[in-house]
Design a binder for this molecule. Structure first.
Ligand SMILES: CCC/C=C/C=C/C(=O)SCCNC(=O)CCNC(=O)[C@H](O)C(C)(C)COP(=O)(O)OP(=O)(O)OC[C@H]1O[C@@H](n2cnc3c(N)ncnc32)[C@H](O)[C@@H]1OP(=O)(O)O
Length: 322
């Protein structure tokens, strides 16, 4: 569907399409400042989505914008399923080589929609405790999939956070591969404040992201806000930018670096990094040996090696879609 939408919109004006008030060049190189401005959407969500705005700032980069700015991008029931559809499509879309995620409006996200979502979680159905519990577990597993699809997507996901990232927002960003933020950003593992233990990823992934278990414990047990500088020093984000415009330009630059390289190398790297994080060194080494016994046979290797011998960037070569 995503591919179809993009094809239709690219047909409507050759090589250039206007989505949600911004000019997006397909197959053309735009200066990153221009693209960064274009990435800040003015319109609404992109149908059939109601909470996401999808655009293509370049041919191989997809921008997924959380788009409920009037509700601070709070995650309602539509969002929880739209993310799964969106990322499953991106996983299959060979045109897309890297994804950038950001939030529209004043801040990145206020976390779970407390009006819409809590009702469905707090009104379980079932004839007895066993059946009610079974149903709740199924619901939680389904919600977990909303962010696990980011990790399962073989294309690297760069997330750009401005303003605030609350509750489920932290669950979400810990499933992303590269995290950037603005100087005004703050992060809050808020779940304990609404009476629950975070259950959609933070408690499992944040300790793998931040080196200090003590800091993770403190953040999760007290729900205190962590500001940009501490997010950087603790390793939650890798870069802090002065404002959103600079961050989006930076996100796009990083995405461009990734998109220009061999997708066989890039996707294999993401998959093996995640595997290595979840397994022993010995298991990880075995996994990559099995992985590369087929992937080393790619023509991309010769092309990239040739570029290195010519003292050129691997980006000077063209790699087939994967
Ligand atoms: C089994 C479940 C698994 C998942 C669990 C996840 C848990 C969590 O995510 S816990 C965190 C929940 N979120 C919060 O507690 C944040 C609540 N919001 C705020 O504190 C503030 O809105 C915020 C500091 C983020 C921004 O403040 P600001 O002054 O900029 O905006 P507001 O005027 O407060 O809000 C504007 C409109 O947005 C609505 N809204 C904001 N957050 C939420 C939310 N989380 N859920 C639903 N709606 C939200 C707010 O009501 C305003 O709407 P309106 O009055 O219609 O203008």
């Amino acid at each position: 569907l995503l591919k179809l939408r993009l094809e239709v919109s690219s047909l409507s004006s050759a090589y250039s399409t206007k989505i949600k008030g911004g000019n997006y060049a397909l197959g053309l190189q735009l200066p990153s400042q221009t693209v960064a401005r274009a990435m800040s959407s003015l319109g609404g969500a992109t149908p059939p989505y109601t909470t996401l705005a999808i655009s293509r700032p370049t041919e191989s980069i997809t921008h997924v914008e959380l788009h409920r700015p009037e509700k601070r991008n709070a995650m309602n029931s539509a969002f929880w399923s739209e993310m799964v559809t969106c990322f499953n499509e991106l996983s299959e879309d060979a045109q897309c080589r890297v994804v950038v995620v950001s939030g529209a409006g004043k801040l990145f996200t206020a976390g779970i929609d407390l009006m819409d979502m809590m009702n469905s979680v707090l009104q379980p159905e079932g004839d007895d405790t066993a059946r009610i519990s079974w149903g709740i577990k199924k619901k939680i597993k389904k919600l977990q999939e909303t962010f696990s699809v980011i990790e399962k997507c073989p294309k690297p996901v760069v997330v750009a956070i401005h303003g605030a990232c609350v509750g489920a927002g932290v669950d979400m960003i810990t499933a992303c591969d590269i995290r950037l933020c603005t100087q005004d950003a703050w992060f809050q593992v808020k779940e304990v404040d609404i009476g629950l233990a975070a259950d959609v990823g933070t408690l499992q992934r944040l300790p793998k992201v931040i080196g200090s278990q003590s800091l993770v414990n403190e953040l999760a047990l007290t729900a205190r806000k962590m500001y940009a500088d501490e997010a950087k020093s603790s390793g939650l984000v890798s870069r802090v930018f002065a404002d959103k415009e600079a961050m989006m330009a930076g996100a796009l630059e990083i995405a461009g670096e990734i998109a220009g390289r061999s997708p066989v190398a890039v996707q294999g790297t993401k998959i093996n990094l995640i595997y290595a994080r979840n397994h022993s060194v010995a298991d990880g080494l075995d996994y990559i040996a099995t992985w590369n016994m087929s992937m080393l046979q790619t023509e991309d290797l010769m092309k990239s090696a040739q570029a290195a011998l010519e003292k050129k960037s691997p980006k000077t070569k063209t790699y087939s879609k994967l």
